[in-house]
Design a protein around this ligand. Structure first.
Ligand code: R5P
Length: 298
């Protein structure tokens, strides 16, 4: 039997996916010990099942990762086959050693999850799916990029007036796919980062001459700095800017920064366990459920 089990970081996708697929759903009981350590318990014994374990890892990344390790331990010990559905996998941006001696956090997290009993992994628009694939070894891996979900919402704009903007080279493939779905063009901005100071610079020349509506399409928006500098440039040239982002972390005053830079709308999907007022969240669960069915995961 296949069932869905949610952890505390599930942004509500587990129960919706289970309902959509008509399969059982349960939730781990969780509490904190007085010193802050995590306690988990399965509410009822589950053994010899295929379990879709749903956990997102933002906010409170460190607690969410520990919950995952504990959940995998118990599910594996009871003989279940665990497919982890992690709509947002934290620590993904450090996917290589940029400076000598740096920890490759993504490698560390993926290896820890693998040795804790994971048999397959499903992510949504992972920052570096190729690195995850490499670190997972021969375990099955599916990275879902729901361009159709964003495209459906963006069809309120006429394709002739739209251009999709990739805020860096890493976002080019995602932008190409969305542009294809919308029947419009796309452009790629060049971004470089000083690895010591962290300072980011953009070469915005590819945006010169752009008209109409620009859809900036990124995987993660954290401080909003990347998108704000693009939006400031475009807004000053009379272009209307909207943002489509898979993981709207929007820390601190990020949304305000985006609005001030001229971003008119922010579209996102519920991959993290926060809802920021003012963001338009699109439905993800039916799309995810269908895809899991198509891929033979359920
Ligand atoms: C980086 O490569 C990511 O794809 C995002 O562009 C980045 O995380 C955005 O960060 P921020 O919103 O802080 O500029």
């Amino acid at each position: 039997m296949t069932r869905v089990v949610s952890l505390p970081g599930d942004p509500g996708l587990g129960s919706e996916v289970a309902r959509y697929l008509g399969i059982a759903h349960s939730t781990f009981l969780s509490k904190r010990f007085p010193d802050g350590e995590v306690y988990l318990r399965l509410p009822e014994p589950i053994s010899s099942d295929r379990v879709l374990l749903v956990q997102s890892t933002y906010p409170n990344q460190n607690d969410r990762v520990v919950e995952l390790l504990l959940a995998l331990e118990v599910l594996e010990r009871y003989g279940n086959e665990v497919v982890l559905v992690a709509p947002y996998l934290a620590y993904s941006r450090q996917d290589k050693e940029f400076l000598p001696g740096e920890a490759i956090s993504l490698r560390s997290i993926v290896r820890a999850l693998s040795s804790a009993g994971l048999s397959a992994l499903v992510t949504v628009d992972a920052h570096s799916s190729s690195a995850i694939r490499e670190f997972l070894g021969n375990r099955r891996y599916i990275n879902v990029i729901p361009v159709e979900v964003f495209a459906e919402a963006l069809r309120t704009y006429r394709s002739q007036e739209l251009t999709v903007v990739a805020p860096d080279q890493g976002a080019a493939e995602r932008a190409r796919a969305l542009a294809e779905e919308l029947g419009c063009n796309y452009v790629v901005v060049r971004k470089s980062r000083d690895r010591v100071t962290g300072e980011v610079t953009h070469s915005l020349e590819p945006l010169e001459g752009l008209k109409g509506v620009a859809v900036v399409f990124d995987d993660i928006v954290s401080t909003g700095g990347t998108v704000a500098s693009i939006a400031t440039f475009l807004t000053a040239r009379g272009v209307k800017v909207v943002l489509a982002v898979s993981h709207a972390l929007l820390v601190g005053n990020a949304l305000e920064k985006l609005t001030k830079s001229g971003v008119r709308e922010v579209y996102s999907i519920p991959t993290v366990a926060v809802r920021v007022p003012g963001v338009r969240y699109l439905e993800l669960a039916p799309y995810l459920a269908e895809l899991l069915k198509e891929e033979g995961v359920v």
